[in-house]
Design a protein around this ligand. Structure first.
Ligand SMILES: *Cc1c(COP(=O)(O)O)cnc(C)c1O
Ligand SMILES: [Zn+2]
Length: 409
């Protein structure tokens, strides 16, 4: 296969492809390194197009050393040409990449988890675990059930009912922690020092993160092997945005897409937790947010692991960021539903609302191809909508009552 090993992102020291994530010399994060010359010989548009529509059609660019054994139907989600949303936002070249319907747990986290759990199996782990803001919990529990692996999932104790049930149904050992996501994550780092488990976003993070590249590959292929001028990406740890950037540069380097100018990477965060957006607007240094307050709980990471790399990727691409309020998030969810018939979770509301701001500010030109990244499903986060969505009128099963309802409307 095409994996050379792991490499430190800071000092480039090489490591074997094992369950390692930090450099012993400089404490920098490790990343998977590939033999791109070999990949270039094996991979062409025709080869990719001949394979089933799931993430494994890009297998040479993914970090497994053997064929995948689980998560075989992940990815291949629709890229929707969004005419009516575009009209509402004053934009003429708009697409929505819709991972609200990603198989099997309805968020883009299925891409990263299938990568991590296949790797966990390759490395011989019998127990997998994660710290999660919700969607990762859903996906880790589901994939572990499919694999028959023991599973521990740790979440903050204030998650939405849909996220909690969407985890517990698969039968993992689910633990709710009194604290923020960052508290949960710290606890998981400690646990991983004592128990020989595969933590998908701690010791398997280099493999996990590579799964996000498939979201980017699919966008490029579905645009007809072209790069968009802009993508608007929701940010929690900042990993998805960074890896979409990596996907674009890899496909350009391999000649799978024409180099048509740089794709601007725009980052979206909620007002109540915006450490990456604040760093881009300021001096580029991440200042951790101690107590996030936002309805976009899936984005509520106060101390983002990939924050500095996301800042760098946004700046290098000429992209920008914006932050939006809870009210704007709800409006974003409703606008996407009313114009495109797509129901996204709160994170998607952030992305739509931020796209609206960036178009209004002239940072996204209305005639340049633009992709809005919808990463999760609205049915999981109904709590903030209950207060604003009126219940339907109730009538008796009689035509007179229906007619009087029509007349009063
Ligand atoms: C986790 C998550 C994100 C952000 O992911 P990062 O790679 O950590 O930035 C975006 N949207 C949804 C729905 C998520 O669950
Ligand atoms: Zn290093």
């Amino acid at each position: 296969m095409s994996v050379v090993g792991l490499r430190c992102r800071e000092c480039e020291r090489a490591y074997p492809a094992e369950a390692l994530h930090v450099c012993e010399d400089c404490f920098g994060p490790l990343e998977v390194a590939y033999d791109y010359a070999a990949i270039g010989k094996a991979l062409s548009r025709a080869v990719i197009e001949s394979r089933p529509m799931n993430i494994w059609r890009y297998r040479e660019l993914l970090p497994l050393s053997a064929p995948p054994t689980l998560g075989l139907h992940v990815g291949g989600t629709p890229l929707v040409r969004a005419h009516r949303l575009g009209e509402a936002l004053g934009h003429r070249q708009l697409w929505v990449k819709n991972d609200a319907v990603c198989h099997p747990t309805l968020s883009f986290k299925d891409r990263v988890v299938s990568m991590a759990l296949n790797k966990a199996r390759e490395l011989g782990f019998d127990t997998v675990a994660c710290a999660s803001t919700g969607n990762l919990a859903n996906s880790t529990a589901a994939h572990a059930a499919q694999a028959g692996l023991r599973c521990y999932v740790l979440i903050p104790n204030d998650l939405e009912a849909g996220k909690v049930m969407g985890t517990s149904i698969y039968g993992p050992n689910l633990v709710a922690v009194r604290g923020t996501y960052d508290d949960v994550n710290r606890l998981c780092s400690e646990i991983s020092g004592r128990h020989p488990w595969a933590f998908v976003n701690v010791n398997l993070r280099p493999y996990y993160a590579e799964g996000s590249k498939t979201y980017g590959y699919e966008i490029l292929e579905q645009l007809g092997w072209r790069t968009p001028a802009h993508v608007v990406v929701p940010m929690a740890s900042g990993s998805l945005l960074t890896k979409i950037g990596k996907a674009i540069s890899e496909m350009t380097k391999l000649g799978l897409v024409a180099a048509e100018g740089v794709t601007k990477l725009h980052g979206a965060q909620p007002e109540g937790c915006s450490p990456i957006a604040d760093a881009v607007a300021g001096r580029g240094i991440i200042k951790p947010v101690k107590t996030p307050h936002t309805i976009a709980k899936s984005l509520a990471i106060g101390n983002p692991a990939d924050g500095p790399y996301a800042v760098e990727a946004i700046r290098a691409s000429g992209g920008s960021t914006a932050v939006v309020s809870d009210a704007e998030i709800v409006a974003g969810i409703r606008l996407l539903a009313a114009t495109e018939g797509l129901f996204t979770e709160t994170a998607g509301g952030v992305t739509v609302a931020v796209a609206k701001v960036l178009i209004a500010r002239g940072l996204i030109h209305p005639d340049e191809p633009t992709v809005i990244c919808i990463t999760g499903q609205g049915l999981k986060t109904q709590e903030p909508l209950v207060a604003v969505m009126p219940p339907p009128p109730v009538i008796a099963p009689r035509i007179e009552e229906f007619e009087s309802l029509l007349a009063s409307a």
